[in-house]
Design a protein around this ligand. Structure first.
Ligand SMILES: Nc1ncnc2c1ncn2[C@@H]1O[C@H](COP(=O)(O)OP(=O)(O)OP(=O)(O)OP(=O)(O)OC[C@H]2O[C@@H](n3cnc4c(N)ncnc43)[C@H](O)[C@@H]2O)[C@@H](O)[C@H]1O
Length: 157
């Protein structure tokens, strides 16, 4: 389900985070960046994090990407008009996470990880979906992938 990024939330009952699904084109393949958490269930996700009080979602996505992957806005081509929002529960509390799609301009620029992650992977569509595991996350990657392919077709025609 997609929500407006300006939808009001009750920060006491709902967690909110924002991030970027970053891809690169390398050796004829579209590859997605995933990071492994250094805590909790050691889950894999795109760079993202908690929206600070008073911060807008997109600013959070940029800040967290810089903190967790070392990429600046200038390193990326961001599809700002097509965010996708995931809704799930963490420890019994609802959480929403807003993601934007972003292409890494220089596919050879490797991420710089923070202490929040121990590993990174660049994965093609199938492997990326297997790695994130969660169905809603997989559907999101499929949707972003479709956007990339549609844009490629438009540019070729
Ligand atoms: N257990 C822990 N132990 C120690 N420190 C911790 C901690 N959890 C958080 N922290 C601290 O919090 C900071 C992270 O904060 P932030 O960096 O600000 O926020 P975040 O990425 O949204 O946090 P998190 O990784 O917890 O969220 P996610 O929704 O992916 O993941 C949250 C949970 O939801 C699950 N999940 C992820 N995506 C899901 C989905 N689509 N559907 C259902 N569950 C999902 C994950 O497997 C995971 O279990 C870290 O620096 C760390 O210090």
């Amino acid at each position: 389900m997609k929500l407006s990024s300006t939808e009001p939330i009750n920060s006491k009952t709902m967690k909110k985070a924002a991030g970027l699904v970053i891809f690169r084109r390398l050796c004829g393949e579209i590859q997605y960046l995933l990071l492994k958490a250094s805590y909790g269930s050691f889950h894999w996700s795109a760079p993202k994090g908690h929206v600070d009080p008073g911060e807008d979602d997109f600013t959070t996505a940029l800040r967290e990407t810089k903190e967790e992957a070392g990429y600046d806005e200038k390193d990326l081509i961001i599809h700002q008009n097509t965010p996708i929002t995931l809704n799930y529960e963490v420890k019994g509390k609802p959480k929403i996470v807003i993601y934007w799609l972003a292409e890494l301009r220089n596919p050879n620029q490797e991420p710089i990880l923070s202490e929040e992650h121990t590993e990174l992977k660049w994965l093609g569509l199938k492997a990326a979906k297997e790695c994130v595991g969660f169905k809603d996350n997989q559907v999101m990657i499929d949707k972003f992938h479709e956007m990339i392919l549609t844009q490629e077709k438009r540019q070729q025609s």
